[in-house]
Design a protein around this ligand. Sequence first.
Ligand SMILES: [Zn+2]
Length: 426
Amino acid sequence: MEKSIFQIPFKVFKRYRFYKRSQFWTKAQIEQYQDEQLKKLVQHAGKNVPYFRNLFENIGLDTSTFRGRIDMHKIPTLEKETVRTHTKELIVDNSEKSGITWDSTSGSTGTPLHFVLDDAVQANKIAALLRSYSWAGYKLGKKTLSLQSYYFQDRAYKYNRLYNILRFDSNKLKKSSAIKVIKEINRFKPEFFMGFPFDILMLGRFAEEAGITVHRPRSIVTYGETLSNKKREFLEKAYRCKVFDFFSLHERAAMISECEHGNLHLIEDFAFHEVLEDGKLVGTSFYNYAMPLIRYEIGDNIVLDDVSKKCKCGRNFRMVKEIIGKQCDYIETPDGRFLGSVMSHSIDNARGVVCSQCIQNAIDRIDINLVVDDSFNESSRIALEKGLKKRLGNNIELNFKFVSQLEKKASGKTPFIISKIGNRYI
Ligand SMILES: [Zn+2]
């Protein structure tokens, strides 16, 4: 569960003040801070976390002499599969003392993962995120449209007075509800649009088809899935404003944000990022002491920019040339809804699923490819079906297929959704 700013207000406020300053640190200040944080985290993990206690003993790592960034290569990278199968050993001893919350994700790989977060990492994430949004001009309380999976019972959108946010439930994204919400947007005139690029794009497509012009926001903040150049171009043209892309993950192990000058920066006061030879992004969050993920393989590739290049924004965080994530297709339902990456959350609760994929063969038929392990059983299947039906409704036939490998696209990638019925909108 994502804690809101109002649940841990003091911690968020304190960290926000920190992040407002640290964004202008010199290179040396950043590096010194990273070394300190990594030393502390590795020592903590070696002492209090069963998985790392064993690992460090096996590889003969003496945490008392650990120096930080230059010693990180001594620790093997941590795969999602290890997190999935060793969840309990990765949680700190006496975890109930740290004020923990359970969270889950299936990300872009369709691998359901469960993990715990403590209040410190939640406060840090919110504070760092608010700082990134401030690069797009955002401040708490400014009029905002948020497109997310809200699961509203009876309607497509609701207004939240406390945050001054118009919330649109992306599970209900269809033409008729979109037209209504576009009219509501034009009345409300939000300064910011936030959400998954696919959902914001679809809203623009529906407006285009209906011949309606959508109110022009000051900026659009996108997150949750890879923003392709094609999608960015469409969004900037349809809404006549700049898009700020934002990359993070539920596991809190990495963060990348776009600044005022259109450059993507690694958020180096939140996590330590490494790029392996093959381009794999590996991240270590400084703050989750309840379940440290050290050298976590995130599942996306990135290309770093030339390190000698300086950004005009004045920040010394390293720059990213490109985030090469998986491009997902979308599912179209018989009742006219369009579901993008948001779909992956429907499998969050299926135990024993190593990875999964939805292949839409017809408007009313989807194959669910599953790679499973021994712990998969009838109750996993029921949980899976329930989660999928909640999003898709009852008019789609679901065929579960147990496979040894997921289907690849011509590009060689294995996205969570593959549509065989056309992707006319993206
Ligand atoms: Zn910059």
